[in-house]
Design a protein around this ligand. Structure first.
Ligand SMILES: [Zn+2]
Length: 305
């Protein structure tokens, strides 16, 4: 099938509800209008929130969750816009953000990501959750066909969408997306509203980089800016980012103090330095203070040496 035919097919699918999926009645994704040309798609697990930028020039998606979610994704996009899906930007390499690439690329959608994301997609992926789990190498069709080292801009639907590399934070290939006209940001997994930040040290993540990245995002935001978190329910804003940054500052201070006292990692864990935050941020079983504290401790201790 030629790309043109595939492109036509996806257009037909998007215009014809019956073709899309028997799951269309499930309303798998919650669709929220964020502001201007931007919507947010939120799945029941609140992982891998998708940004949908749409208008007469076409649709740009920010992330595409898992392979199994593509039909539901197309249904949700169609509820927003009948325009052609032209681009997907992957905010980073994790499977809940790139899993739909292969399906969408087969429809002729162009995949973009930071250089490092493509490099990491050329092999299997190990991430630190649950003590280290491995995902298989994605299919060749999932690979970004356009990559950037610093930034790239889209000029679509009457506004500029700026995509740029953040300081190494969640990974070393985290992109921020700034919809300037709509006054919306999608920060990928650098910003999550439901749990402690995940620092993926297997893929270049950094706790101090996370602080720098959040400082940058807050600096770019205005009082009315809406923010799509990578994980967590609902649209956030500058106050939401400031809450996370305050959390990060407090964690840095608490664990730095223990490092400065010469405590070992075991002693630091035993001191439960994040106990005061656990009720709000430590309730997702796959990423608790037990996962997070060692990573912060090791980074801060290395800094002192
Ligand atoms: Zn992630």
């Amino acid at each position: 099938m030629t790309p043109v035919i595939k492109k036509l097919l996806i257009t037909v699918c998007l215009l014809t509800p019956g073709i899309v999926s028997s799951q269309s009645a499930d309303n798998f994704f919650k669709v929220t209008h964020v502001a201007g040309n931007v919507h947010m798609l939120e799945a029941p697990d609140t992982d891998g929130n998708i940004g949908v930028f749409s208008g007469p020039d076409g649709v740009l998606l920010i992330d595409d969750r898992y392979d199994r979610d593509t039909e539901n994704l197309l249904t949700a996009v169609r509820s927003i816009s009948d325009a052609e899906i032209r681009f997907v930007v992957n905010t980073h390499v994790h499977p809940d953000h790139i899993g739909g690439n292969n399906n969408l690329a087969a429809y002729g959608v162009t995949i973009l990501a930071h250089d490092d994301v493509r490099v990491r997609m050329l092999t299997e992926l190990r991430i630190p959750r649950r003590g280290g789990i491995t995902f298989p190498q994605p299919p060749a069709g999932a690979l970004p066909v356009i990559t950037y080292s610093d930034a790239i801009s889209f000029h679509l639907n009457g506004e500029e969408v700026r995509v740029f590399i953040a300081p190494p934070a969640h990974t070393d290939g985290d992109s921020f997306v700034h919809f300037r006209g709509s006054d919306v940001m999608h920060l990928g997994d650098v910003f999550r509203t439901n749990m402690y930040p995940i620092i993926d040290v297997y893929n270049g993540g950094s706790f101090l980089g996370m602080i720098a990245a959040m400082e940058l995002a807050i600096e770019l935001a205005g009082p009315d800016t809406k923010v799509i978190p990578g994980h967590g329910s609902g649209v956030s804003n500058r106050e939401g980012m400031q809450e996370v940054l305050a959390l990060l500052y407090d964690i840095r201070e608490r664990i730095s103090a223990l490092v400065a006292q010469g405590l070992t990692l075991e002693q630091t864990i035993a001191a439960a330095p994040l106990a005061i935050h656990d009720a709000r941020w430590g309730q997702v079983p796959s990423w608790t203070a037990a996962d997070f504290v060692p990573i912060v401790y090791e980074e801060l201790r290395a800094l002192g040496n």
